[in-house]
Design a protein around this ligand. Structure first.
Ligand SMILES: [Fe+2]
Length: 355
């Protein structure tokens, strides 16, 4: 399978992974043959990149960090907590289900992962808020593991990150979905989701104080330019500093009503460039060890002029994966050539290409 931009998909291509909507429901199943009507509809719905079957890429395996079952348990936990808070802001929520979901995530990550490459079946689409929170939790926990956090700390971190935006339940939907740019008053209101979230979590004593701090501090910035308190450096709790990186990276690589998703390698560059400014440099170090710059499946052009797709990650070299070249210039090869960039030191990825 390889990742193809919807604008370049040919009629008759076969889906290698199901296409899901923002709720995670399947719209088109695996093995569906794409007609022109389907392709047009996918473009209208705003899908960017989809996985299609390609005989030259039969052996390529996608490794997702967590199982569908784990994702579902996290989704249900978030849904139940959110509905309870929406109905009554002082509600006692089902902390046990949150804890179980986070334990499932940690367990999956410890068993499956060396480097985070593909978070979900499709990339760049408009996700339901719950999936944003789940992906952010996965990214934060992978960084936590790379930083060597103990199991208890991972659990507190994960529970906090999964709930980090729960305070948004107290902000009006009109404001959250506003497409025009926000005025000062709007922004001041949105900032409060951090404090609201902290308050909600503190009311439920089975959450730790550290977990509550994730909600309170995930928008603080290393250089003191964040909110709500403008804390600086290590005055921000470590979990807040980790959550900040995960939250921004996940948000940038997701589609929003008012903008397209950023390419993963550009979002990666952004995070790395913000080390010491917006983000804690030590957390950015952990991020660099955690995230593949070029997700498996994505199309790239090499410095020798050949084009192909990433087929495998090199965990020790997150920016030098294995690339399977299938074309050069206008010429498409009948066969393919694999380049392991961890071994071909003179070859580089020039850019991401759509093909
Ligand atoms: Fe937030």
């Amino acid at each position: 399978m390889r990742l193809v931009n919807v604008n370049y998909v040919k009629e008759g291509s076969v889906l290698a992974r199901p296409i899901k909507n923002y709720l995670g429901q399947i719209l088109l199943g695996e093995d569906v043959v794409l007609s022109n009507a389907y392709i047009t509809r996918l473009k209208e719905l705003g899908y960017d990149m989809i996985f299609i079957k390609d005989d030259r890429f039969k052996d390529v395996e996608l490794k997702f960090p967590i199982t569908d079952k784990t994702k579902e348990s996290a989704f249900q936990a978030l849904k139940s907590v959110t509905s309870a808070i929406e109905a009554d802001v002082d509600a006692e929520v089902d902390v046990e289900s949150v804890k179980k979901a986070v334990l499932n995530i940690i367990n999956d990550l410890l068993h499956s992962m060396d480097i985070l490459s593909n978070l979900s079946d499709i990339m760049g689409y408009d996700k339901y808020t719950y999936y944003h929170s789940i992906n952010t939790t996965v990214i934060a926990l992978v960084m936590g593991i790379k930083k060597g956090l103990e199991q208890d700390s991972l659990l507190e971190l994960g529970m906090g990150v999964l709930m980090h935006d729960i305070g948004k339940t107290r902000i009006s939907l009109d404001l959250l979905n506003k497409k025009e740019s926000l005025n000062q008053e709007d922004f001041e209101e949105i900032k409060k989701h951090t404090i609201y979230g902290y308050e909600v979590i503190r009311k439920n004593h089975d959450f730790s104080l550290h977990s509550a701090h994730v909600s309170l501090q995930h928008h603080e910035k290393w250089d003191g330019g964040g909110y709500p308190r403008g804390l600086k450096g290590k005055d921000i709790h470590e979990f807040g500093r980790i959550a900040a990186v995960a939250d921004v990276y996940e948000a940038l690589t997701s589609k929003r009503p008012y903008r397209n998703a950023m390419e993963p390698y550009l979002a990666y560059e952004y995070v790395v460039a913000q080390a010491g400014w917006q983000f804690d440099p030590e957390v950015v170090d952990a991020f660099i060890k955690s995230i593949a710059v070029y997700p498996t499946g994505i199309g790239v052009e090499l410095s020798n002029g050949m084009r192909g797709n990433v087929i495998k990650q090199n965990p020790d070299f997150p920016n030098r994966p294995v690339v399977r070249a299938i074309a050069k210039g206008d010429e498409e090869f009948n066969d393919y050539i694999d380049f392991d960039l961890a071994k071909h030191h003179s070859l580089m990825i020039n850019k991401v290409v759509y093909m």
